[in-house]
Structures are given as structure tokens and as C-alpha cells.
Write a protein that binds this ligand. Structure first.
Ligand code: NAD
Length: 482
């Protein structure tokens, strides 16, 4: 297969990197290099930030009305709908996620545009009762300025859109730095930005590895960094941003508990736990990787989960019949296998999977069998550290207090699931769990309406919902002597 070449987007122009350097993308399914992408240099980052600054301060964007921005977002939404198949296919090629998972996600990207178009048009600001004689005060929200959007590889376009749509609705300009594992989908998507008619410089895309991201984060022309990725890189970004008090939003890792009480509908709970940990080959920030199961049902539940896990059909991610695809890249694949070894050495009991599949048809791909460990305790590394792969750890609990204690005994706080038919228990658990999202009798429901983000080391700030636009604005108060 010939290797396809791509360019970065700076100030509305498609360019090679300043020194001509490139890197290659490798298919996680067949191991072949298939795309060549520029490695953006410091000069490219400078040019992208300068273009975003000009567009923010001088160009037509600087005086754009909310109505005009909403119109452009709606046009982008329509173009996404027309291109959804292409956007889905390129992501499958990049990260080995199933076409049947990504196809719906690609169509849903348009909804972000339509929702945030509506938010852009909604009136914002408050008139304040000051209690000071003859003084009138009010607030308004203004765009923060130039924002760096740095994204990971697991859902490249959905995670980009969760930042881009509210940033554009707010009136910011952006420099996007996609993951080096999945840069092509963002570059293909950027064609639609141009076609929709956004002014030059409003959206710029630079590609490269962590160094390109670090250059962007350190750039004094960047007013805010909105980052989705690992907690370790998130901490580095927060530290660097603190030096000049640049704003940050951080969507980071998780070790989310999925808690099954004995009164739950157990078939539903098994399905929910499966979706919680095995969707996207376990490579989701919200993965329900710690499965807390009540003592009374633990053995039966573990047996049912292990049986179902071993029946999952691994295969070509572009085949709609496949039920689990590959891990996205070699480094992540090695990490998942390493954690499986760590869990065994810690005394966890392997109940399903635990290795790459024997099927010769899959031998070139980065496949890992859906893996279930039982008799995990919450102090083991497999229960404390994010694996980001198809590995479920089953932990026993005695009662509600025990479940809450174990669930909250983590440095993360992204999400939690609870399976019970007891409505009062469900409400208590929502209050008691220290996580940004709690799902009752479902898992992994996320869309543009409900704020999503982490407690503790799972992040700072919220994406989705009306709150998301606030992440890209500053509040200004005005006082008028009447
Ligand atoms: P990562 O942190 O390695 O990389 C994320 C992005 O940051 C990439 O674009 C990378 O090139 C860039 N980067 C790396 N080092 C950098 C640096 N020093 N300065 C600036 N940028 C840098 O994460 P990943 O492996 O791509 O993604 C997996 C992680 O993302 C997991 O931890 C997962 O939980 C997290 N994630 C979180 C959410 C969420 O919404 N909370 C969603 C998806 C993924």
C-alpha cells in the first residue's frame, strides 16, 4: 500500500513542517506504515500561535457575532454528517477501534456543533443587585483568547470536538495538537473546518509527539491549555502553565469503580460491566476497571463475567462483525501485557484471557484477550494504576459502607457505576461516591448535554453541557454610576 502524505494547517494554509521532518503512522491491525505526517517544529508552533493571535485580535473573527459563530458551527455540523463515514474509517485505521463503535461516534460529532451553536446564541451575563446607591453592575463573558487543544488517541475526534465546539462558540481561536498515534483523523477533519468557512487562523493544527505539545504549552502566546490525556502529562502541563498563570482544563485518567449490589438485575449488570471495561478495548478514560461485587454474588458473577469475556470475538476492527479491536499502539500493548504480569505476581487470580489470542489471522495485530482477574484487593497495583486496556479487576465488598470506602480509596475520581434496584441506595451512592459522573444501572453514557470531568487526579474543569463554554471565557464585571 502506498504511504499517504498529510500537511499541517497554519493560518488557513496546508504546509510541510518548517524543516521538512515527518513521522509515520502504523496500523495497529496489520503493522504496516500507512501515513506520513509533519513533525511540527518550534517555528511551526510559533507560526500557528501567531496566526491564532492575529485571528483573535484583528481578523473577522475578532468582531464576529454569536449568531455568525453559530452559523459556522451549524455548517460544520452538516459537513460532518456528510463526511461521517470517512471520519469513522480513518479513526479505525489509526487506532484499531471498532467501526461499529466509531461510526455512531462520528455521526454524533455533528450534535456537538448544533448544541454549542445554540449555546453561542443564548444570552449570557447577569444584572446584579449591588445594594450600593446609584450603582448598576452587570457581568459579561469574554473569550479567553488563544487556546491550545491537546488530545489523546483513544477517541481522537470526539475528544477534540468536546473542546473545539465550545471554544469556537465562545469566540476563542485555537491551535490543535492531536496525538502522534492518531494525527490523520484531525487533519482530515480540519479540511471540513476550512470548507465550513471559518476565517484563516481561527483553527490551526500542528502535529508531532509530546515535544510539540510541550512547546505549545510553554508558548507565552497561549492563554489557555485544554488537555485530555494521562494524569502524569496533565501534571506536567499544569506545572508549566502555573509559571505564567495560563488557564488549564485537564481531562485525565481514571480507575473507576463499577459496583454490583446483590439485588441488581444480574444480566443487566454483567452487560454493563462488560461494556464498562471492554468497549474500545478498555482504552477509555471512564473504563469501569475496578468491578466491586458483593460477597453474596461474587462467585456467580465472576463466573458469568469470565464466560462472557472469553466469548468476545476479536477481529479486524473495520469488520462490523468484530466485537473487540486492537490496542492502539505498540507502547500501550506492551504496557497492558506488563500489567497482566504484575497482577499475576501480586496474587490476583486469572479467570479469563491474560494473553494475546492464538488465532493466526490476528498475529500481525496488537490484540489482547479480554481479561478478568478475580480476588483482587484494592491495594494491588492492578487496582490502583490505570492500565488503559481490556483488563477487569474483581474486588469483593461486604456492605454499602465497605463499597463506598473501597470505591473512594483511589487517587482518581472520574466516574462510577452502581447496579441496584433499590432507589434509596442508588441516591445515597450518588451522594457518597467521589466522582464527576455516577451512572445508575447503566455505564458510559456521555453526551454534549451533561458536564463530564474528574474529581481529584482525574482532572480540572468540565467538558460538555453549558459549563463547557465557561471554560473558554473570562467573566468581566462592569459598574456604572447612574
Ligand atoms: P498522553 O498523556 O500520553 O498524551 C496525550 C497528548 O499529550 C498527546 O497529544 C501527546 O502527544 C501530548 N503530550 C505528551 N507529552 C506532553 C507534554 N509534556 N506536554 C504537552 N503535551 C504532551 O495520553 P495518551 O496515552 O495519548 O492517552 C491516554 C490517556 O488519556 C489515559 O490516561 C486516559 O485516561 C486519558 N484520557 C482521559 C479522558 C478524559 O476525558 N478524562 C479521555 C480520554 C483519555
Amino acid at each position: 500500500m502506498p504511504i499517504e502524505s498529510f500537511s499541517i494547517l497554519i493560518d488557513g494554509q496546508w504546509r510541510a513542517s518548517a524543516d521538512g521532518s515527518t513521522f509515520r503512522c502504523t496500523s495497529p491491525f496489520n503493522g504496516e506504515d500507512w501515513a506520513e505526517v509533519p513533525t511540527a517544529t518550534t517555528a511551526d508552533v510559533d507560526a500557528a500561535v501567531a496566526a491564532a493571535r492575529r485571528a483573535f485580535e484583528e481578523g473577522p473573527w475578532s468582531s464576529s457575532t454569536p449568531l455568525a459563530r453559530a452559523g459556522l458551527l451549524r455548517r460544520l455540523g452538516d459537513l460532518i454528517t456528510q463526511s461521517a463515514t470517512e471520519l469513522a474509517t480513518v479513526q479505525v485505521r489509526e487506532n484499531g477501534k471498532l467501526i461499529r463503535e466509531v461510526a455512531d461516534q462520528a455521526k454524533a460529532l455533528a450534535n456537538h456543533c448544533y448544541f454549542f451553536a445554540g449555546v453561542a446564541e443564548s444570552p449570557i451575563g447577569e444584572t446584579l443587585a449591588t445594594s450600593v446607591p446609584n450603582m448598576q453592575a452587570f457581568t459579561m463573558r469574554e473569550p479567553i483568547g488563544v487556546v491550545a487543544l491537546i488530545t489523546p488517541w483513544n477517541s481522537p475526534l470526539m475528544l477534540l470536538m468536546a473542546k473545539l465546539a465550545p471554544a469556537l462558540a465562545a469566540g476563542c481561536t485555537v491551535v490543535v495538537k492531536p496525538s502522534e498515534v492518531t494525527p490523520v483523523s484531525t487533519l482530515v477533519f480540519a479540511r471540513l473546518i476550512k470548507e465550513a468557512g471559518f476565517p484563516d487562523g481561527v483553527v490551526n493544527v500542528v502535529t508531532g509527539a509530546g515535544e510539540t505539545g510541550a512547546t505549545l504549552v510553554a508558548h507565552p502566546g497561549v492563554d489557555k491549555i485544554s488537555f485530555t490525556g494521562s494524569t502524569s502529562v496533565g501534571k506536567q502541563i499544569a506545572a508549566k502553565a502555573a509559571a505564567r498563570l495560563a488557564r488549564v482544563s485537564l481531562e485525565l485518567g481514571g480507575k473507576s469503580p463499577n459496583i454490583v449490589f446483590p439485588d441488581a438485575d444480574l444480566d443487566n449488570a454483567v452487560n454493563g460491566v462488560m461494556a464498562g471495561i471492554f468497549a474500545a478495548t478498555g482504552q477509555t478514560c471512564m473504563a469501569g476497571s475496578r468491578v466491586l461485587v458483593h460477597d453474596d454474588i461474587y462467585d456467580d458473577f465472576a463466573k458469568a463475567l469470565a464466560t462472557r469475556a472469553s466469548q468476545i470475538r476479536l477481529g479486524d476492527p473495520s469488520d462490523p462483525a468484530s466485537e473487540m479491536g486492537t490496542v492502539a499502539c505498540r507502547a500501550q500493548y506492551d504496557k497492558v501485557l506488563r500489567y497482566i504480569d504484575i497482577a499475576k505476581a501480586e496474587g490476583a487470580v486469572l479467570a479469563a484471557g491474560g494473553k494475546r489470542p492464538d488465532d493466526p489471522a490476528l498475529e500481525k495485530g496488537l490484540f489482547v484477550e479480554p481479561t478478568v482477574f478475580t480476588e483482587v484487593t484494592n491495594d494491588m497495583r492492578i487496582a490502583r494504576e490505570e492500565v488503559f486496556g481490556p483488563v477487569a479487576s474483581l474486588i469483593r465488598f461486604r456492605d454499602e459502607d465497605d463499597a463506598v470506602r473501597i470505591a473512594n480509596d483511589t487517587s482518581f475520581g472520574l466516574a462510577a457505576g452502581v447496579w441496584t434496584r433499590d432507589i434509596a441506595l442508588a441516591h445515597r451512592m450518588i451522594r457518597r461516591l467521589r466522582a464527576g459522573t455516577v451512572w445508575i444501572n447503566n455505564y458510559r453514557k456521555v453526551n454534549y448535554v451533561a458536564p463530564f470531568g474528574g474529581f481529584k487526579e482525574s482532572g480540572i474543569g468540565r467538558e460538555n453541557g453549558i459549563h463547557a463554554v465557561n471554560e473558554y471565557t473570562e467573566v468581566k464585571s462592569a459598574w456604572i454610576d447612574t
